[in-house]
Design a protein around this ligand. Structure first.
Ligand code: ATP
Ligand code: MG
Ligand code: MG
Ligand code: MG
Length: 560
């Protein structure tokens, strides 16, 4: 590729709208442009990177027996009504109507689509297990899309679905995918951790999130310095929660601070105060859940079975939270037992989850603390921190921030039951298929790679996903000898399958070097007087800054 021809409009200035470094650098390196909030065009450099990530993903899925297919983006409402998710999914779902007024959505995920496909064609245990996947745009109308490709409203996902005969089969499929995911992210050159996450509403055991370690990550994780325990902070359990008072006498004896402000609550929870933090607490027959709603994060997992009492703490005076039909205006201590802290929660999803699951939203409008539920006292409720011991082995734990690039999830029979996806077992008996789902954010992975690999000059691509491996920069395009040699090197590298850009622009060397560092090619080959006169070709390694010198002869094979 010749730079004079490449559509990579680089920018000198950092665009004001970009908050995180991956977004800034992708705009500056001419990799992406915005079409609408959370909707982007991938320019040629970005598209090359995405295709490489996709190829790695494809190879690893295929290696585990995955079969690629492609499902529609436009999905009819009927199948979503069958699972009940048409109403539960909320505003994150892009909905549309056709000319006959029929309801459709743009797929935010494909459990409904794949399960209705498989239920029609798979009848016998002999046809299982099945691992089916696609790589495709997904659509989620995120409450606040941000950070460029990190949280888009249109983004690329690889989603695989496993169908097994039984739980043992599911475990096998799950382990295969866990292994494949580890291989994918290693091959992409990323530092990551698989952490235990909360299975939430779907219930059952078994879900891991794959987190790329980066300070800009939205998720907080803990991991043990000794054993292999790792979890996101919401899932991570404190070794021992203090006893919770139960009787009125015990309750009265506890000197609990009244939580009158968000600062009181966050101090009490031991989390960083955040202007946008909100909380909702509700007590169920079995447990009480406190959800922290931070910024634009969303609720993925709330246990809502048999909610008896619900109390919303409208700490931030948020209208949407009040609209849950809660107890606007009421601020005070709440009784919590066996508390689960759920972070990453959006107001919108939360309201849907609460109303959808209980259909008691109206009930809560004029709820009267004391009459409608028992206000009690929060005792020592907090998220796990580095001062806690590992819940498994007591060793020290560390915390880090992470970007969720993938998640593996045991669905068990949730969708096969509601969608009646059954097969006949060896005895001719009808059984529900046992399912898992496994997602990788392909476009988010590209952004995460940049978050982890950059410096003040620009991107530093891991070789496996670099848009090109090398750039050849003649110092002066007016010097015919330099130009001729640069062309020769360019041709040699291309022939050796080193993906190369020739910066043939009539620009000052400084401009070309700056763009080379910004775009982040792993190798920069400078062709100046030294190369022409002394047969000494300078190769600079972007990651280390190391400079190596080569003769022209055998050059391409040596730098490979
Ligand atoms: P998040 O917690 O960040 O909202 P999620 O848990 O809702 O993500 P999943 O349903 O697990 O996402 O989807 C699988 C993968 O798709 C995620 O691990 C992530 O890498 C990617 N992904 C999800 N939402 C987005 C988005 N809005 N933009 C880009 N990638 C996304
Ligand atoms: Mg989400
Ligand atoms: Mg998530
Ligand atoms: Mg997830």
């Amino acid at each position: 590729m010749r730079m004079s021809h490449l559509y990579a409009p680089t920018l000198r200035e950092t665009p004001a709208e970009a908050e995180v470094v991956s977004h800034q650098l992708m705009l500056r390196a001419g990799m992406m442009r915005k079409a609408a909030g959370g909707v982007y065009t991938y320019l040629p450099l970005a598209w090359r990177v995405l295709k490489k990530i996709e190829q790695i993903v494809r190879e690893e899925m295929d290696a585990k027996g995955g079969q690629e297919l492609l499902m529609p983006i436009v999905q009819p409402a009927e199948m979503w009504l069958e699972t009940g998710r048409w109403h539960v999914y909320g505003d994150e779902m892009f909905r549309l109507k056709d000319r006959h007024d029929r309801n459709f959505c743009l797929g935010p995920t494909h459990e409904e689509m794949i399960t209705t496909l498989v239920r029609t064609d798979v009848r016998s245990y002999r046809q299982l297990p099945l691992l089916l996947y696609q790589i495709q745009n997904k659509y989620r109308d995120e409450i606040r899309p941000r950070f460029g490709l990190m949280r888009g409203r249109e983004f690329i996902m690889k989603d695989l679905y496993s169908f097994d005969r039984d739980e043992a089969g599911l475990s096998e499929s799950y382990n295969k995918m866990y292994d494949a995911y580890s291989r994918v992210f290693s091959r992409c050159g990323l530092t990551f951790r698989a952490v235990e996450a909360d299975a939430g509403a779907i219930g059952g055991s078994g879900t891991h999130e794959f987190m790329v370690i980066a300070d800009s990550g939205e998720a907080a994780i803990v991991y043990c310095t000794s054993c292999d325990y790792a979890a996101n902070v919401e899932k991570a359990e404190l070794k021992a929660l203090p006893a919770v008072p139960e009787t009125p006498q015990e309750l009265a004896a506890v000197d609990t601070p009244a939580m009158k402000s968000i600062a009181d609550l966050t101090a009490f929870l031991g989390v960083t105060a955040d202007k946008t933090i909100k909380a909702i607490a509700y007590r169920t027959e079995k447990e009480t859940v406190l959800a922290l709603v931070r910024g634009d994060h969303e609720v993925n997992e709330i246990k809502l079975k048999n909610s008896l009492n619900c109390l919303a703490l409208d700490l931030a005076g948020d209208k949407e939270l009040a609209a849950i039909g809660s107890v606007a205006g009421f601020i005070g201590p709440v009784g919590l037992k066996n508390v689960t802290v759920v972070a990453d929660a959006s107001v919108m999803n939360l309201s849907n989850a609460v109303c959808g699951a209980n259909q008691m939203d109206k009930h809560y409008i004029h709820v009267n603390p004391g009459r409608d539920f028992t206000p009690a006292i929060v005792t020592d409720l907090r998220l796990i921190t580095e001062s806690d011991p590992c819940p498994h082995c007591d060793a020290a734990i560390k915390t880090a921030r992470g970007i969720e690039v993938g998640q593996v999830f045991k669905l068990h029979t949730k969708y096969s039951t509601s969608l009646k996806a059954t097969y006949l077992d060896e005895n001719g008996k009808e059984q529900p298929m046992v399912m898992g789902c496994y997602g990788i954010g392909v476009s988010r992975t590209m952004a995460a790679a940049i978050e982890q690999h950059n410096d003040e000059h620009g991107i530093i691509w891991p070789v496996a996903i670099a848009p090109y491996h090398a750039v050849v920069v003649p110092i002066s395009t007016k010097d015919q000898a330099q130009v001729a040699l640069a062309e020769q090197i360019y041709a040699t590298l291309q022939a050796a399958q080193v993906e190369t850009v020739l910066d043939d622009r009539n620009e000052r060397p400084g401009v070309k070097f700056k763009d080379a560092d910004l775009i982040g090619y792993p190798l920069k080959i400078t062709v100046g007087p030294k190369a022409v006169n002394e047969d000494t070709i300078e190769v600079k390694i972007r990651r280390t800054g190391e400079v190596l010198y080569y003769r022209l002869e055998g050059f391409a094979t040596k730098i490979k």
